[in-house]
Design a protein around this ligand. Structure first.
Ligand code: ADP
Ligand code: GLC
Length: 483
């Protein structure tokens, strides 16, 4: 099958979060399974330039014409990568945000991405299916069912739209439709209108042939008012064409046996060297590294409300009375950066933070920590807890979305399970849960080792999830042919 992925980020070309890991991995696995996969992305400032395959492609956005170039990046394990090169829109420091504020022309920037993808395939070769990711590519299905509906082949190409995060929807004032050249009739409750504004993500939910999200649990949750971000009704209306497929992880990148960022490599059979990683981690974070029996709790995260940091703020004072150390790595909303900086100042022997985006440190945290903490308010899938399993770093998570689906609670009586979970979104619940983990760590070292090994044996490689996508694509293509 010929599958075109349209996405705003993809490793190793660009990344702000787990979406980039997914778009960097899934198409490669599909290619290895015999499909022809192409990924279409923006070329941002920090994306390595490719070679020009089309020097001039004129994209209309309302009254404006935008001449873009299409480049081809290095092939990604059999996957062709196309980059839309338009410095006016994409040659900027950030991908979506500058200093905490969205770029004011994000609607134009990502409509251009969608239209450039469609114009390119119209000229070159029409795929069997287009798979879009998050609000930035949500206009592909909208465009296909409106402006492109009469295109002989392209107008009939089916789409799958994956929601990686319902919390980011792409809201704009109603006049945006004129600016991006979409018909005014789309400003209706059955289409893109959402409480007086235009909502790109809603467009994807309404117009795509099939909607997926990145875990079964989150697919259920987003149909409820609690987790639906106002779109639960829209999603419920499409219930028959909504499903969850859990993300895989790329074990060529995340494997303690071969991880080049770790101070030492280790495996489920030979766990000793994890202590070398722990010492190195403490040194990297300038924490006392003489006593390696103290448990280290690690965090790697975008600093966003989604991730549950208000709970950490609530319990930090109490938690720091326990025997433990905390290391945190992240960037994002300035008030969370400040929160972690203050905690590190208050407890310099126990807590350290690095406000940065740093892949090497992210690997060192996975390798050197004993516990990985993810108290998310909501979590569509989450990748770090799955990496943690492979690194023998025990996840302590809130039981929501993909965290709930991927982590099984440890039962000391049977020795089964891979981590610890709590459900109520409260500081007390988080504290109780962490203390259960810490009690097991201190009091029952053999059970703790068993727990570590249980996680290390789990297999979340992409093949299984890719097979699920494959079946879905076939179903969607068949049903489009019948129309
Ligand atoms: P989300 O996509 O919501 O941010 P995920 O758990 O799915 O959450 O994925 C986050 C990805 O981004 C992981 O690969 C993680 O290692 C990486 N990451 C997040 N913050 C940082 C950071 N500050 N430095 C390095 N990597 C980070
Ligand atoms: C999102 C979600 C995260 C998920 C990732 C990749 O950013 O917040 O839970 O793992 O996308 O699908």
């Amino acid at each position: 099958m010929r599958i075109l992925f349209v996405a705003p980020e993809c490793l190793p070309f660009s990344k702000t979060g787990g979406l980039a890991d997914v778009v960097g991995a899934l198409p490669r696995v599909l290619a290895a399974r015999g499909h022809e996969a192409t990924v279409f992305l923006p070329r941002y400032r920090r994306t390595q330039p490719g070679t020009v395959v089309l020097p001039r492609l004129v994209i209309p956005l309302g009254p404006q014409l935008h001449p873009v170039a299409i480049q081809q990046g290095p092939t990604l394990g059999g996957v062709r990568v196309l980059l839309v090169d338009y410095p006016l829109y994409f040659d900027r420091d950030g991908l979506y945000v500058d200093g905490g504020t969205d770029y004011p022309d994000n609607a134009e920037r990502f409509t251009l991405l969608c239209r450039a993808a469609l114009e390119f395939v119209k000229q070159e070769a029409v795929p069997d299916l287009i798979h879009c990711h998050d609000w930035q590519s949500a206009l592909v299905p909208v465009l296909l069912k409106t402006l492109y509906a009469d295109e002989p082949r392209l107008g009939r190409v089916p789409t799958v739209f994956t929601v990686h995060n319902l919390g980011y929807q792409g809201f704009f004032l109603p006049d945006v439709l004129d600016r991006i050249g979409l018909p005014g009739r789309l400003f209706s409750v059955d289409a893109l209108e959402f409480y007086g504004r235009v909502n790109f993500l809603k467009g994807g939910l309404v117009f795509a042939d099939f909607v997926t999200t990145v875990s079964k649990g989150y697919a259920e949750e987003i149909q409820t008012p609690e987790y639906g971000h106002g779109l639960d009704g829209v999603i419920r209306a499409r219930r028959a064409t909504v499903t969850g497929i859990v993300n895989g992880v790329d074990y060529t990148e995340w494997n303690p046996e071969a991880d080049k960022f770790l101070a030492a490599n280790y495996s489920v059979e030979k766990l000793d060297a994890k202590l070398v990683c722990k010492k190195d981690l403490l040194q990297q974070f300038k924490l006392p590294a003489d006593d390696l029996t103290t448990p280290v709790i690690g965090m790697v995260s975008r600093f966003a409300t989604q991730k549950g940091f208000d709970l950490i703020a609530e319990v930090a004072g109490t938690l720091m009375e326990d025997e433990l150390k905390i290391v945190a790595l992240g960037t994002g909303e300035p008030h969370y950066e400040e929160l972690f900086r203050q905690l590190a100042q208050r407890f310099p022997q126990k807590m350290a933070v690095r406000v940065a985006y740093d892949n090497t440190l992210a690997h060192k945290i996975e390798g050197g920590s004993d516990i990985f903490l993810m108290p998310s308010r909501y979590e569509p899938c989450g990748l770090n807890q799955i990496y943690s399993l492979r690194y023998g770093t025990v996840p302590v998570v809130r039981a929501t979305g993909g965290l709930d689906d991927t982590i099984e609670p440890f039962d000391p009586s049977t020795g089964q399970g891979t981590g610890f979970k709590f459900t109520p979104y409260s500081g007390t619940a988080l504290l109780d849960c962490l203390r259960q983990a810490l009690d097991l760590y201190h009091g029952h070292p053999r059970a703790w080792q068993r727990l570590m090994r249980n996680g290390m044996h789990k297999d979340f490689s992409w093949n299984h999830s890719a097979a699920e996508y494959e079946q879905l694509y076939e179903r969607v293509v068949k049903s489009a042919q019948r129309k």
